[in-house]
Each structure stands twice: as C-alpha cells, then as structure tokens.
Design a protein around this ligand. Structure first.
Ligand code: PGA
Length: 257
C-alpha cells in the first residue's frame, strides 16, 4: 500500500445471501469493526445482491455505521428505459450505494459484457456519482501465452475510452486474474504488484486506486497488501463470512492489531 492512496477492501458477495442473512452479517461485522480504530480503517465496501441493498442501507444508516459503504455488483449502461430486469444508476444512488463493480470477469464471460459495455457503464456510473470498481484480468491461457500485459492494458484503455482526466481519477480498478478467482490459487504478490503498477501507469493517474482480487484470504492478504502498488482487495469467497472478511480488513490497517 502507499500512504497517498487510502486502502479499500470490498467484499463481493456475488449471488449469495438473502435479506435476512445480509442483515445478520452486517450486525456481526459491525461489532467486529467497532474493535478497531475508526480513523485507521480502510474504506470498507459490501457489494451485496440488489435485493439486499435497501435493507442494508437502512440498517447501516440507522446504526450510523459510517465506516461501511455499499456497493452493487452490476448496473445498466443507461439512465432508465424499457430494459426488463435491469437496474438503473439512479435506483442505486437513491439507496446511498456508493460503488458498483463493473466488468467482473463473470459478467464478461456468462453475460457477454464487452469492453464497450463496461466503458458505457463506467460513464453512466460517474454521471450518477457512483464510483465504478472496474475489473480487468487475463485468463490462464493468456497468461501462459505471455499475453497478460497486453491484454490487461487493452482492457484498461477500453474502459477509459472518452473519459476526461478528472473522470479517470474517480475510478477504482481491480486486477483480477481469472485463473485466481474462486480457485484458491492466489497470484504471487510480487507479480500482482507488477501488473497493478502497469495498470496504474496505463491509466496515467498516479493516485488512482487499484485493488487485487482472486482468492484473497486472511492468510495471504497481508503479503499482498504489503506491496506498494496494491491499494486493497476485491474479495469474493472470503467476504461471505464476517470473521474472515474482518481479518482481511485488519490486514489493510497501518498498525496490525
Ligand atoms: P474470490 O473472488 O475471492 O472468491 O476469488 C474474487 C472476485 O471474483 O471478485
């Protein structure tokens, strides 16, 4: 981590947790966070399914849990309209949702989201003051063919197409090598640091935050977060349990407790 960029730890629950389960999680997680120094906490984001966002938003505001922000896992590329099943950015900002994961590899692979879709969604999110967490990363075959750098740079350039310098500064990127997602095979910390440095360089914005994602767990988070280019984590499996997610948040604190 770098002292000029505030660390960010985001939990991506994917398609897990009912409203009742989400509320139970938030109550337990809040108790754990209270044991830490509020001023030293990283930005903490819970990216729940759409269905739990409203209830979570009410619970977090009632209990004034300022340390936790909410994120969505996807969003429509336009403001509103006849798009059955889609969620508009205004619907998210109304709930106080501050972040949205865009271009996750699962959305690219299973829902055929293209680089152009991701770019359009980033622009829409920014127009509605929702911070995009834009995901990029290579497949195993691309890595083995030595195409990682070229592929990741291409995704970053496509994501930023048509954005001003000011807009670029408002984005968070997540480097998520596809072969590391949900597999337990974490990317080597030095290599993740190298690719993340390349991503930052490609954006041309030295203060942009770039996270690592892909099998980040309590036992490897500290090593990853100790790297100077890595500003935090996008955590899937290990964010589903408040205790393990809390341990990752602790690993992002300046003084380990
Ligand atoms: P994982 O998922 O931590 O379970 O590998 C990360 C992600 O998909 O964002």
């Amino acid at each position: 981590m770098n002292p000029y960029r505030k660390p960010l730890i985001a939990g991506n629950w994917k398609m897990h947790k009912t409203v009742a389960e989400a509320l139970d999680y938030a109550a337990r997680f809040k108790k754990l966070l209270e044991s830490l120094s509020a001023t030293e906490l990283p930005d903490v984001v819970l990216c729940s399914p759409f269905t739990a966002l409203h209830a979570l938003s009410q619970q977090l505001s009632q209990e004034s849990i300022a340390a936790i922000s909410l994120g969505a896992q996807n969003m429509a590329a336009c403001d509103e309209g006849a798009f059955t099943g889609e969620i508009a950015p205004r619907m998210l900002s109304e709930l106080g949702v501050a972040y949205v994961i865009l271009g996750h590899s699962e959305r690219r692979e299973y829902f055929h989201e293209s680089d152009a879709d991701v770019n359009a969604k980033i622009k829409t999110a920014l127009r509605h003051q929702v911070t995009p967490i834009a995901c990029v990363g290579e497949s195993l075959s691309q890595r083995e063919a030595g195409q990682t750098d070229e592929w990741v740079q291409r995704q970053v350039i496509a994501a930023l197409q048509g954005l001003s310098d000011k807009e670029r500064q408002k984005i968070v990127f997540a480097y998520e090598p596809i072969w590391a997602i949900g597999t337990g095979k974490v990317c080597d910390a030095v290599e993740a640091n190298r690719v993340i440095g390349l991503i930052r360089q490609t954006t041309g914005v030295s203060r942009i935050r770039v996270l690592y994602g892909g099998s980040m767990k309590p036992d490897n988070a500290e090593g990853l977060l100790a790297q100077p280019e890595i500003d935090g984590g996008l955590v899937g499996g290990a964010s589903l349990d408040p205790d393990s997610f809390f341990q990752i948040v602790q690993a992002a604190m300046p003084v380990k407790v």
